[in-house]
Design a protein around this ligand. Structure first.
Ligand code: MEV
Length: 336
């Protein structure tokens, strides 16, 4: 199980109350959905090409969406935009898609008024787009008294993720609603054995990550140099397997070493950034067992590995001193 500091009041995945009963016991039209953030420990980018990846939900972040059925116009209310759904700016297309795809899946029952509150930093590689979509999908379904099967919800979140960044692997969509570390392989998510608990520190460079461009950049690199790019992708997938096996054996040193190699491999793939390298170097100097970029790269966040809470706090402090815009710690508990 993963816990985070500070813990949210309710981290109950993306499909809390499926319907609310009014005083007479009849279902009302109000639905709520929640989802958290994520950090990819190993396998980003390689996962787009069918290699496995390992990711961890980060519950210090949360998105809460509510949806109300309405006889009027569909509305979206968020920090970025409030107004009719159809006039939402292009950057909110993924959120609009989450609403419209869910309504379509429900048989087009009419308009909804959707409110989104998120404390997940956007464009930092910590799962903001997938989490907003997961919360919205659950809220809209809930407003219609529908419990979605996890695969049905996943498909709807993926529709929104395609609007966000083209060809998503599905890793983010699975992880933002997971309860613990996720092993993602061939589109399916399974639990990861953790023989020895650990802490992760996620730190923000302050530079916007550009997942869509980073994914497109890897694709272009592969068109130019298929053999070289495939070799890097293969190595990154193999390193994910090494890290998963090491977690199962309680060998954090090997996990950290795999992270170090993955950071170098991702740099060679063309998704690195000097700001990411700077934080990775600072984390290692502060004693991190491992440190690498996480998510799409080209900005965004680094993830670093610590053996206990005190070490995680020391690393987070060192990263802030080194210029990180923010740093969060997350505990991953032993589960064996
Ligand atoms: C983005 O968080 C992770 C990537 O591997 C893209 C994807 O999995 O869809 C870069």
């Amino acid at each position: 199980m993963t816990t985070a500091s500070p813990a949210p009041a309710d981290s109950g995945g993306a499909s809390s109350p499926l319907s609310v009963l009014d005083a007479t016991g009849a279902p009302t039209s109000h639905g709520v959905g929640r989802a958290g953030g994520k950090t990819i420990l190993m396998g980003e980018h390689a996962v787009v090409y069918g290699r496995p990846a390992l990711a961890v939900p980060v519950r210090s972040f949360e998105v809460v969406a509510t949806a109300e059925r309405t006889a009027g116009r569909g509305m979206l209310r968020s920090a970025l935009y409030t107004g009719p759904l159809e006039n939402a700016p292009a950057r909110l297309l993924p959120t609009v898609t989450a609403v419209t795809a869910t309504l379509e899946a429900l048989g087009s029952p009419g308009a909804v008024d959707v409110r989104v509150r998120s404390d997940i930093p956007a464009e930092r590689g910590v799962g903001s787009s997938a989490a907003v979509a997961a919360a919205v999908v659950a809220a809209v379904a809930s407003a219609h008294g529908r419990a979605l099967h996890p695969d049905e919800r996943f498909a709807l979140v993926q529709a929104a993720e395609r609007a966000a960044h083209g060809s998503p692997s599905g890793l983010d969509a699975r992880t933002v609603v997971a309860d613990g570390p996720v092993w993602f392989d061939g589109g399916a998510a399974t639990d990861v054995a953790v023989a020895r608990g650990f802490w992760l520190v996620v730190a923000d460079t302050g530079v916007k990550g550009r997942t869509r461009e980073a994914v497109a950049g890897v694709r272009a690199r592969r068109a130019d140099d298929p053999a070289g790019t495939d070799a890097l992708i293969e190595t990154l997938g193999d390193l994910a397997i090494v890290a998963r096996d090491a977690l199962g054996a309680g060998d954090l040193h090997t996990v950290g070493e795999a992270m170090r190699e993955a950071h170098a491999g991702l740099g060679a793939l063309g998704v690195g950034d000097p700001a990411l390298d700077h934080l990775v170097t600072a984390a290692r100097a502060a004693g991190a067992l491992g440190a690498k970029l996480t998510g799409g790269g080209r900005g965004g966040c680094v993830v670093t590995l610590a053996s206990d809470a005190a070490q995680a706090e020391r690393i987070a402090g060192a990263l802030r001193v080194a210029g990180a815009a923010a740093a969060w710690t997350t505990e991953v508990e032993e589960n064996q």
